[in-house]
Design a protein around this ligand. Structure first.
Ligand SMILES: [Zn+2]
Ligand SMILES: [Zn+2]
Length: 171
C-alpha cells in the first residue's frame, strides 16, 4: 500500500500521483513538491541568500541585524479546545525577544483553559520561549534554521515561477 511522500500517512484510495510519488491530498502534494525541489537547490545559492538576509536590515523594525530565525511559541485554549503552534520569525534579536516575550505572556493568559492539552502545552510553550530568549542563535553566521527556511522559500519561488533551480554547481 502506498504512503504519502510528505506526511507518511497510508493512502487507502485516491490521492495524487506525481511520477512515482503519491500524496494524500493537494496540501501534501504542494508541501512535498516544495521539499523535492528544495533538495535540488544548490548549497551555494542558499548560503548566498542566507548571508544577504543575515547581514541585511531587520524586516520588522528596519534596524541593524544580525537577522536570523527567532522561533516563538504560543498556545491558546477556547472552552476545552487547545491549539498550539511555533512560529519562525526572520528578524533581529530584539524583535525576536519581543515576539517571544509577548507569546509567552499570551500563552500564560490564554493557554490554560483546555483539558488536557492546555495544561500540558502551556508550560511547555512558555519554557520554549524562555529558552529561545536565553539562548540567542549563532553570533557569527546564519543559523541552519535560516538556511532551511531560505531553501524552502527559494523552492517555493521556483515553483511559483514554474522555473527550475539553477544547476547545482552554479556559484
Ligand atoms: Zn499526506
Ligand atoms: Zn528588528
Amino acid at each position: 500500500m502506498a504512503a504519502c511522500a510528505y506526511c507518511g500517512t497510508t493512502i487507502l484510495f485516491g490521492g495524487i500521483k506525481d511520477d512515482d510519488l503519491r500524496f494524500c491530498n493537494d496540501e501534501c502534494f504542494e508541501n512535498g513538491y516544495a521539499l523535492v525541489i528544495a533538495r535540488s537547490v544548490s548549497d551555494n545559492v542558499v548560503k548566498r541568500e542566507a548571508n544577504k538576509i543575515y547581514n541585511g536590515a531587520c524586516p520588522k523594525c528596519q534596524g541593524i541585524g544580525p537577522v536570523d530565525v527567532h522561533v516563538s511559541h504560543r498556545v491558546y485554549s477556547v472552552l476545552l479546545y487547545s491549539s498550539w503552534s511555533s512560529i519562525p520569525n526572520i528578524c533581529c534579536r530584539s524583535c525576536g525577544l519581543k515576539s517571544q516575550a509577548s507569546n509567552a505572556l499570551f500563552s500564560l493568559f490564554c493557554g490554560w483553559w483546555g483539558f488536557p492539552y492546555g495544561l500540558i502545552m502551556t508550560p511547555i510553550q512558555i519554557v520554549r520561549n524562555i529558552f529561545g530568549m536565553a539562548r540567542p542563535p549563532e553570533e557569527f553566521a546564519p543559523s541552519e534554521k535560516l538556511e532551511n527556511l531560505v531553501r524552502i522559500d527559494l523552492a517555493t519561488q521556483y515553483i511559483e515561477e514554474k522555473s527550475m533551480p539553477p544547476p547545482v554547481n552554479d556559484v
